[in-house]
Write a protein that binds this ligand. Structure first.
Ligand code: DGI
Ligand code: FE
Ligand code: FE
Length: 203
């Protein structure tokens, strides 16, 4: 299936708002790919398909995962909307014929993130958060500008804000979201230490 055919199919299975968001994520992911030197075509596909399983009722999401041997965590059992990421990767492969592992993995982890995310994974996660139709998250102008400079710093800011929001609204937090936050905190701590060491060399 080519990109245009996928777009047609998505227009049928997504509601209007989700379809608009999808196009926003697709072009934002492509822009970030240009800025960070990764494969733009892959970013377009990842953005286009990332929410392809979003508009399925939650009980059906659970059913489909069980039927297709997709593992369901405790957090996903309690908040089945989270499953649209794993199910989305499954549909991308089975219904839309994508078999590129980089695209499929980015879709799979686009909601919680994951430790050791690839550049493509980060790029999709961030594009999902900053695409132009989004307007609810705090600090959007700052996060949008940062996204074109530093993906790791951007991940940390988004995860911090997301965890604060989830705690405030007493949502079930998937351990993977927490682990991802810890991973970027550590990773940026190391980067900063290295920067300081480099600066010291010049003194
Ligand atoms: O599908 P989208 O709305 O475009 O975006 P998404 O797949 O990133 O989902 C965003 C929502 O997911 C946002 O409200 C924060 C929420 N989320 C992220 N991590 C967790 C989570 N929700 C719960 N309950 N637990 C998590 O660990
Ligand atoms: Fe999503
Ligand atoms: Fe999305």
């Amino acid at each position: 299936m080519n990109r245009l055919e996928m777009e047609k199919m998505l227009k049928k299975v997504l509601d209007k708002e989700r379809f608009t968001h999808t196009l926003g994520v697709m072009y934002t992911a492509a822009s970030l790919a240009m800025a960070h030197g990764v494969d733009m075509e892959k970013a377009l596909y990842a953005g286009l398909l990332h929410d392809c399983a979003k508009c399925i009722p939650n009980d059906r999401k659970l059913e489909l995962c069980i039927k297709n041997n997709i593992e369901v965590s405790r957090a996903e059992q309690k908040s089945p909307f989270l499953l649209h990421a794993k199910l989305g990767a499954y549909f991308a492969k089975e219904k839309y014929g994508v078999d590129d592992p980089e695209i499929l993995h980015a879709i799979r982890v686009h909601t919680t993130g994951a430790p050791n995310m690839s550049t493509m994974d980060k790029l999709l996660y961030i594009a999902d958060y900053i695409e132009p139709n989004r307007d609810k998250a705090p600090n959007l102008p700052r996060v949008r500008a940062l996204a074109f400079r530093d993906l790791d710093e951007t991940m940390l800011v988004i995860l911090e804000d997301t965890l604060a929001y989830l705690k405030e609204s007493q949502e079930e937090i998937d351990p993977l979201t927490e682990k991802t936050y810890e991973y970027f905190k550590k990773c940026i701590g190391h980067e900063r230490e290295e920067d300081e060491e480099d600066e010291l060399k010049w003194l």
